[in-house]
Design a protein around this ligand. Structure first.
Ligand code: FPP
Length: 248
């Protein structure tokens, strides 16, 4: 049974609609999109900017509160250095050209991930972009860059160990809330829906803790071909899912 068939069955049962607050997207398939067109991989990444901008607009129009985009994973660093450098340049360029638009549209930008890897100019630009938009009250846009779910959990564990060493946390009191509140995005609504493009059916070390109960939607396109229609299909799929969070 396909996901769409399942969706139809759920719809018939007339479940109450789910409230969609936080969407996270794994933007995959830029390289293959470019290869299919005889282009360099970086051309695929460049073509991926348009659907990024469209998705942000779509999220604003549809009153989604948080949009989290997986732009560069901790593991992407092992790619050829030319591709990594080009991606960093693209990231800097997107920040330079789009920050005004984000500010104008009341978007609060946050970058999640390990920043130590970035050049000083990129780190400075990230800090500047975040503080320029920090007071905005519309969409919160998280860009996951040099981010990995395991890295996120490890940085939380390190903070927990320090608290234990300082005697301000008793190890027997550690529970899932102790960890959750030290992870990236702990102050934001939990992730309701994860969309992945690129014809792969895995999580690839994205938000592994935060998406324990998220709904998953796999779109059969490469990221540069992602559009509002597909975004809408993912939402249609989500709103009638019966979410049980482990209950009955
Ligand atoms: C995955 O495709 C995509 C990336 C590693 C980079 C994503 C970057 C963008 C969409 C453009 C810039 C966006 C921002 C927010 C600055 P892949 O290279 O793994 O594709 P493949 O699986 O076909 O090789």
């Amino acid at each position: 049974m396909s996901l769409i068939d399942k969706f139809k069955i759920n719809k018939k049962k007339n479940y109450p609609k789910n409230n969609l607050r936080h969407v996270a997207i794994i933007m995959d398939g830029n390289g293959r999109w470019a290869k299919n067109r005889g282009k360099l991989r970086i051309e695929g990444h460049k073509a991926g900017i348009k659907p990024v901008i469209k998705s942000i607009k779509f999220a604003i129009l549809n009153k989604i509160e948080v949009l989290t985009l997986f732009a560069f994973s901790s593991e992407n660093k092992i790619r050829p250095s030319l591709e990594v450098i080009s991606l960093m340049d693209l990231f800097l360029n997107v920040l330079n050209t789009q920050i005004g638009n984000l500010k104008l549209n009341n978007v609060r930008l946050r970058i999640i991930g390990d920043r130590n890897f970035f050049s000083k100019s990129l780190r400075d630009k990230i800090n500047e972009s975040e503080s320029l938009t920090s007071k905005n009250s519309g969409l919160t846009l998280n860009i996951a860059a040099n981010y990995g779910g395991r890295w996120d959990i490890i940085q939380a564990i390190k903070k927990i160990v320090i608290k234990v060493q300082l005697g301000i946390l008793n190890p027997s009191n550690i529970n899932d809330k102790t960890v959750s509140k030290l992870l990236c995005m702990s102050d934001l609504p939990s992730v309701d829906l994860v969309i992945r493009t690129g014809r792969e059916y895995r999580i690839s070390n994205f938000l592994i803790w935060q998406i324990a109960y998220s709904e998953l939607y796999f779109a059969d396109v490469f990221w540069p071909d992602f559009n509002n229609h597909i975004f809408k299909s993912a939402i249609d799929f989500f709103v009638y899912r019966k979410r049980r969070f482990g209950g009955l």
